[in-house]
Design a protein around this ligand. Structure first.
Ligand SMILES: [Fe+2]
Ligand SMILES: [Fe+2]
Length: 253
């Protein structure tokens, strides 16, 4: 029997699991450190060179709440925003706009699902994961009686790869293998978790995004982590097929 704890409850409620593990404490800002919030007022806030930006700034991204054209584009792109509260919807959009504004990509459609060629759009992957994950979560609720907090579930699905625009390049990148410099400083998932923590997302969202990658040292033992894992692999294998690569489930060794 699979042990699937129920969600903690409403968005923003105290987390009975307590504060983030000390194991991760070194990668987040010290308690009490305010998030760096810099309104762009329509200006292009992207760094000219992400490598220099990383080396000279105290943060690899900038919180962008003011790029109205980008907010509109993100709202039109993301599937599932109608499933969350207005406050969470606004926070999700800010997270994606911030990642976009801090990346070298002019257009959402240019963001890659993986490092280097061949290309598959991250924008497609994110919506595929969210749709599959919502289907799985509804199945879990109907068949297993699992309680789903949709603000939490949808936030995790929509935002699990929010840091990829900061880490992956469509070309050879800064290391010749399709990666940014930041990729070699912090793992995929952790960068996104830092951004989400800065934006005030609850610990369940932050910790699940931080540990969702297949090569993470462990995954969360929650229904959200369970759903995300299989929705992500399901959608990733579709991307593999489209790119002419072997799907993960068919690989040996
Ligand atoms: Fe991922
Ligand atoms: Fe993914």
């Amino acid at each position: 029997m699979v042990d699937i704890p129920r969600p903690h409850g409403a968005m923003g409620a105290p987390n009975p699991a307590g504060p983030p593990s000390a194991r991760w404490s070194g990668i987040f800002a010290p308690a009490g450190t305010p998030a760096k919030i810099v309104p762009s007022h329509g200006r292009d806030v992207r760094p000219a060179n992400i490598g220099i930006h990383c080396a000279m700034s105290d943060s690899p991204y900038t919180i962008d709440r003011a790029s109205n054209s980008r907010r509109k584009a993100v709202e039109e792109w993301l599937w599932g925003l109608d499933l969350v509260s207005p406050e969470v919807r606004d926070r999700i959009v800010t997270a994606w706009v911030s990642a976009w504004s801090s990346s070298p990509y002019e257009d959402l459609a240019e963001m890659p699902f993986q490092a280097g060629p061949p290309f598959y759009p991250l924008a497609e992957h994110v919506n595929e994961v969210t749709r599959a994950g919502v289907d799985l979560a509804r199945r879990a609720a109907a068949d297993w009686g699992v309680s789903i907090d949709w603000d939490t579930m949808v936030s995790i699905l929509v935002l699990h790869d929010v840091d990829k625009p900061l880490l992956y390049r469509r070309d050879a990148g800064e290391d010749g293998q399709g990666h940014s410099r930041l990729f070699h400083e912090l793992p995929h998932g952790v960068v996104g978790a830092m951004l989400l923590k800065d934006l005030g997302f609850p610990h369940r969202v932050v910790s699940t995004v931080a540990t969702h990658a297949t090569n993470a040292p462990f995954h969360g033992n929650t229904v959200e982590a369970h759903v995300l894992h299989y929705a992500d692999l399901f959608a990733a294998d579709h991307a593999m097929r489209v790119m002419g690569k072997t799907p993960i489930y068919l690989r040996r060794g």
